[in-house]
Design a protein around this ligand. Structure first.
Ligand code: ADP
Length: 555
């Protein structure tokens, strides 16, 4: 944990006079209660994942004090969110909504514009409004984490329902979904399985999408079960499907979201295969593609590089290597030879769902296909101790939240991480090209390459997590320079990222520039129409309101 000891001077929103800001804060305190509006003027404490700060990005890649809000506000209801939005419009103060702020690697709780007022929705709006055991749906507020939803399903004894969780389960279901995060059951594409939103618009009106726009269904907490069931049953409603513009954007504040839950498949079985050589990647990806598209491989595949098998043990890299530059690969191979997994270069983690006879059909096909790679080995789970990473994947792929994935953040002292995550077709040639490109840049900047491929359905993401010492300005800069170089390299081949950290949003939005930036022009038109004062999360996902454009805000 790092903690600055120097007293911090207050931060103000851009273009707002101090006197006006102080007056505005007092007004908001009168409306929401003094406890629910806090100034961000105390020393910044990084904490850790479960006790994360909302005062800054604890995995800062710029200076710790760079992406910070001026104040944090805690609305307790949709009406109070509307009040905050009206207030922001009155004083032209930028606000930045978060659900829980555990968006590690993508900016955490931080706003894009320094001095924005952080609207921390999760602190008080954290109710599970509904879990419908007949329709297999739920309706949640922003402060509901994957852990909380899981616990509540268990508490109610709904063993026939599964939730889906991302790699780390402490984040908000809404926050993760609107940022288009993923998990590892067949319901892992969270955005695809969400159903119905309640959104406060930047001018403070409230809308409900899908079937929630029918007045009868608006009684979410109605005691009439017939009315309660309608909203989540069908995601589209009638007319334009507006939900899309509220993901990875700055067009609204999501105050409720519905989601489909997966039926318990009646059994599950994790499997892992190791493959010996770097070059096996091309053949493997070709094998994975048809199996994944035809759903023989039923969940988002994880193909991880051997260095991850070592990093996820949670010991720092200095245990293995004290030299300069990227860690030599033979040191990694030697270390992994001494583990239960044995020596390998790639390891595939997957899960088969259903009762035994259904699983056997799929697992036999997978076994035959994976064994086409010379030297492929199926890991026997009975040989693995309970704290092996295999069991963390087993939990996640069966919808049980976990935090073991975070262990590799300890790879360097004061570890922080930031990801490069380009999307490509599932082709061996693409996989090889992406890895080679990433390796070249990592070597240039003396950074260990920690790659994994996540195969969605018809695409894969290469996920490269750069782990850096956040207290070391030179290592932060190396991480950022390496990322910026990889983003441009990838774009030159037609690969774009699926999600990113606050500081890279402008660059990545800039790569999606076909037809003279037509898509961003359209996004800006929407922004100006929906948010005429430009108060809501300016700059998020590269979308700047009119009054910020062309004034040097992009980075
Ligand atoms: P998590 O709780 O999963 O860590 P966050 O709450 O940090 O996720 O959300 C990730 C990002 O998504 C935020 O930085 C914010 O820009 C956006 N976001 C999160 N929740 C909402 C919401 N309820 N309405 C609008 N945008 C949101």
């Amino acid at each position: 944990e790092t903690q600055s000891t120097k007293q911090r001077s207050p931060v103000y929103p851009p273009g707002v006079e101090r006197r006006v800001f102080d007056e505005a804060v007092n007004e908001l305190r009168d409306q929401l209660g003094a406890d629910h509006v806090t100034l961000n003027n105390q020393p910044l404490k990084d904490g850790w994942y479960m006790e994360h700060p909302n005062t800054h990005d604890m995995m800062y890649v710029l200076d710790q004090d760079e992406l910070v809000p001026s104040a944090m506000v805690y609305p307790g209801s949709t009406e109070e969110v509307q009040q905050v939005v009206r207030w922001a419009n009155k004083y032209h103060i930028p606000i930045f909504p978060i659900s829980m702020g555990r968006n590690f690697g993508y900016g955490g709780a931080a706003p894009r514009v320094r001095g924005s007022v952080l609207v921390d929705l999760g602190r008080r709006m954290n109710k599970i409004l509904d879990i419908n055991p007949d329709d297999y749906t739920c309706l949640v507020e922003p402060g509901v984490s994957f852990f909380a939803l899981y616990d509540e399903v268990k508490r109610r004894g709904y063993n026939h329902l599964w939730i889906d969780t991302p790699d780390v389960g402490g984040g908000s279901v809404i926050g993760n979904t609107v940022d288009r995060g993923v998990g590892y059951t067949p319901y892992g594409d969270h955005w695809a399985v969400h159903s119905g939103l309640e959104v406060v618009l930047p001018t403070a009106e409230v809308i409900r999408t899908g079937m929630g726009a029918l007045p009868g269904n608006n009684t979410v907490l109605s005691t009439n079960p017939f009315l309660r069931m309608q909203w989540q049953a069908f995601p589209y409603g009638f007319g334009p499907y507006s939900d899309g513009i509220f993901s990875q954007s700055n067009y609204g504040i999501v105050t409720k979201m519905g989601m489909a839950l997966m039926p318990n498949p009646g059994g599950f079985e994790s499997f892992a295969y190791t493959f010996p050589k770097e070059e096996d990647l091309t053949q493997l990806i070709e094998i994975i593609r048809p199996l994944r598209i035809s759903n023989i491989l039923e969940n988002a595949a994880q193909l991880r590089h051997v260095i991850q098998s070592i990093a996820v043990l949670g010991k720092p890299r200095s245990t293995y290597y004290k030299g300069e530059g990227a860690i030599p690969i033979d040191i990694i191979h030697k270390a992994v030879s001494e583990t239960a997994l044995g020596d390998h270069t790639w390891i595939y983690f997957g899960m088969s769902y259903g009762p035994p006879h259904i699983r056997k059909y799929k697992l036999d096909i997978i076994d035959a296909e994976f064994n086409k790679v010379p030297g492929a080995q199926r890991i026997d789970p009975t040989t693995l101790s309970p704290d092996e990473y295999f069991w963390a994947r087993d939990k996640i792929a069966s919808g049980t939240p976990d935090v073991q994935e975070l262990r590799w953040v300890q790879w360097v002292p004061n570890g922080a991480h930031i990801a490069f995550s380009p999307v490509s077709p599932i082709r061996g040639a693409d996989a090889t090209r992406l890895i080679e490109m990433a390796r070249r840049r990592h070597d240039e900047f003396g950074i260990d390459l920690l790659p994994a491929f996540i195969v969605g359905l018809r695409e894969m993401h290469l996920i490269v997590e750069i782990v850096f010492d956040r207290t070391d300005g030179a290592r932060r800069k190396a991480a950022l320079d390496c990322l910026r170089a990889m983003i441009d390299d990838a774009a030159a081949y037609g690969y774009g990222e699926y999600r990113t950290h606050l500081v890279l949003m402008d660059q990545i939005a800039g790569t999606y520039n076909w037809n003279d930036g037509a898509l961003m022009k359209f996004n800006e038109k929407l922004k100006d129409a929906l948010d005429p004062n430009g108060i809501l999360a300016p700059g998020r996902c590269g979308i700047w309101p009119r009054k910020y454009r062309g004034r040097g805000w992009e980075m």
